[in-house]
Design a protein around this ligand. Structure first.
Ligand SMILES: Cc1cc2nc3c(=O)[nH]c(=O)nc-3n(C[C@H](O)[C@H](O)[C@H](O)COP(=O)(O)OP(=O)(O)OC[C@H]3O[C@@H](n4cnc5c(N)ncnc54)[C@H](O)[C@@H]3O)c2cc1C
Ligand SMILES: O=C(O)[C@@H]1CCCC=N1
Length: 386
C-alpha cells in the first residue's frame, strides 16, 4: 500500500479524548489526521449517548482542580459553536457519613470552596423529593454539577473546520514506531512526526504494536433507564439533580443517576462497575448482576421509579487498577503519547485531556502535575515486551 499522507500528528480514535486532542492540535497549527475504525457517529465505544455528568465533587483534589479550568473550556466551546452543551442541575452525593469516600468528597468540596449545600435529615425531603436518605447516610450537593450533552458535544468538536482531516471507517492495523511513525490502516499508510493513541477499550490492542501493555480491564456497562411512576417526578425541567450514591447496602461501588431528560419520563441510573468483556464481543457479555444491584437500590432509595429497567443500552469502561487515567508519553518512544484508562469518568475532562495530550505531543510542560497519571505508577504491573 502506498503512503497516503504526511502529517505533523496522527491521532487514533475519535471518541471524546481523541476528538478534543485532534481539535487542540489543529488549533496549534499542527497538520493533524484523526483515524477512527467505525463510521462516525457510532455507539461501539465509550463516548456515545446523550448525556454525561459534569461535577467538581471528587475524592481527590487534583480532579477538582482540573475541573475548574475544564468548566471554562466547555463554556468557551459552547460560545464558539453557539450550542448548549451543559445544563446545571447540581449533584446530590449520598453515602455513609463515616465512610472514607463520602467524607473525602465533602472535604474536597469544602477545601476548594466549591459552591455546595449540606443537607440534613430534616431538610432533605424538602430539597430532594422522591429520594430516601438511608439511616447513617450524609447528603451534600455540588451546586456546580450538571449534565453534559455528550453526543452533541462530540459533533461540536469539529476540527475539520480548523484544517484537520478525519478518516472514519479506517481501522489502524499496524504502527511502526520511529522518529517518523508509520501507521497502516485498512485503507492506507500514513506517516507523522508524532502519534497520539486514544483508542478507549482497544488501547492495549494498539499498544501491542509498540511493545507495551498497560494493566487495563474493559467492562461492559448496562446503561439503564427507569420509568417514573408519576410523570415528571425526576425530570430535569423540575430541577431534579444528578445523583451519586458513593456506597450503599447494595454495593461498595458507586451508583449514579441523571434526571429524566433524553427519554421523557425515564431516569438514567447505572452501576459504576460491570463485567469484563472483549470490546469486539461486547454484545456477547450478557451478565445482568449490575441490574440486580440497581433494582434493589432503586426499590429502596427511589420510591417513585418502577424498579424494572424500561430501556437498557450498552457502553464500556476501560479501568486502570486505581481508576486514575493514563496520560503520558510512551516509555520507549517519546513521540508516541497515550491517553487511556478513563475508568468510566473521563467525559467531563475531555477539553482538558485534549489540551494536556496536545502539550505532551508538542514537548511542552503540561499545565497540570501529571504524576497521578504516569505509566510508571504501575511499575511491575506493566507488562512491557521492550
Ligand atoms: C455508561 C457510561 C457512563 C458514563 N458516565 C460518565 C459521566 O457521567 N461523566 C463522565 O465524565 N464520564 C462518564 N463516562 C466515561 C466516559 O464516557 C469515558 O471515559 C470516555 O468516553 C472515554 O473516551 P475515549 O475517547 O477514551 O474512548 P472511546 O470513546 O471508546 O474512543 C476510542 C475510539 O477509538 C477507536 N479505535 C479503537 N481502536 C481503533 C483502531 N484500531 N483504529 C481506529 N480507531 C480505533 C474506537 O472505535 C473509538 O471510537 C461514562 C462511560 C460510560 C460507558
Ligand atoms: O463521572 C461521573 O460523574 C459518573 C458518575 C460517577 C461514576 C462514574 N461516572
Amino acid at each position: 500500500m502506498s503512503t497516503h499522507g504526511e502529517y505533523d500528528c496522527i491521532v487514533i480514535g475519535a471518541g471524546v479524548q481523541g476528538s478534543f486532542t485532534a481539535y487542540q492540535l489543529a488549533t496549534r497549527n499542527q497538520k493533524t489526521l484523526l483515524l477512527e475504525q467505525f463510521i462516525l457517529p457510532h455507539s461501539r465505544g465509550s463516548s456515545h449517548g446523550q448525556t454525561r455528568i459534569i461535577r467538581k465533587a471528587y475524592e481527590q483534589d487534583f480532579y477538582t482542580h482540573m475541573m475548574e479550568e475544564c468548566y471554562e473550556l466547555w463554556a468557551q466551546l459552547e460560545r464558539e459553536a453557539g450550542v448548549k452543551l451543559y445544563r446545571q442541575t447540581g449533584l446530590l452525593v449520598m453515602g455513609p457519613e463515616d465512610s472514607q469516600s463520602y467524607q473525602q468528597i465533602k472535604d474536597t468540596l469544602q477545601k476548594n470552596k466549591v459552591p455546595m449545600a449540606i443537607l440534613n435529615r430534616d431538610n432533605f425531603c424538602q430539597h430532594i423529593p422522591n429520594v430516601n436518605l438511608a439511616v447513617g447516610d450524609g447528603a451534600v450537593v455540588d451546586i456546580t454539577a450538571g449534565v453534559l450533552y455528550a453526543d452533541r458535544a462530540l459533533k461540536t468538536v469539529q476540527f475539520e473546520k480548523l484544517g484537520g482531516v478525519i478518516r472514519d471507517n479506517e481501522k489502524v492495523t499496524d504502527i511502526k514506531p520511529g522518529p517518523v511513525v508509520t501507521v497502516a490502516t485498512s485503507a492506507a499508510v500514513y506517516r507523522a512526526k508524532s502519534l497520539v493513541i486514544t483508542a478507549g477499550p482497544w488501547a492495549n490492542r494498539l499498544l501491542a504494536h509498540t511493545g507495551l501493555q498497560l494493566p487495563l480491564k474493559v467492562v461492559k456497562i448496562n446503561v439503564c433507564y427507569w420509568k417514573e411512576k408519576v410523570p415528571g417526578s425526576y425530570d430535569v425541567k423540575q430541577r431534579f439533580p444528578c445523583v451519586l450514591v458513593t456506597e450503599s447496602k447494595e454495593s461498595k461501588d458507586h451508583i449514579y443517576g441523571l434526571p429524566s431528560n433524553e427519554y421523557p419520563g425515564l431516569m438514567k441510573i447505572c452501576h459504576h462497575m460491570g463485567s469484563e468483556t472483549d470490546p469486539d464481543q461486547r454484545d456477547k457479555q450478557t451478565d445482568r448482576s449490575d441490574i440486580d444491584i440497581l433494582q434493589r437500590c432503586i426499590a429502596r432509595c427511589f420510591p417513585g421509579l418502577v424498579p424494572e429497567p424500561a430501556v437498557v443500552e450498552s457502553c464500556m469502561y476501560t479501568l486502570t487498577p486505581d481508576h486514575h487515567f493514563v496520560l503520558d508519553r510512551h516509555p520507549a518512544h517519546s513521540n508516541i503519547v497515550l491517553g487511556a484508562g478513563f475508568s468510566g469518568h473521563g467525559f467531563k475532562f475531555g477539553p482538558i485531556i485534549g489540551k494536556l495530550l496536545c502539550e505532551l505531543t508538542l514537548g511542552e510542560v503540561p499545565s497540570y502535575d501529571l504524576s497521578p497519571f504516569r505509566i510508571r505508577r504501575f511499575l511491575d504491573k506493566t507488562k512491557s515486551a521492550l
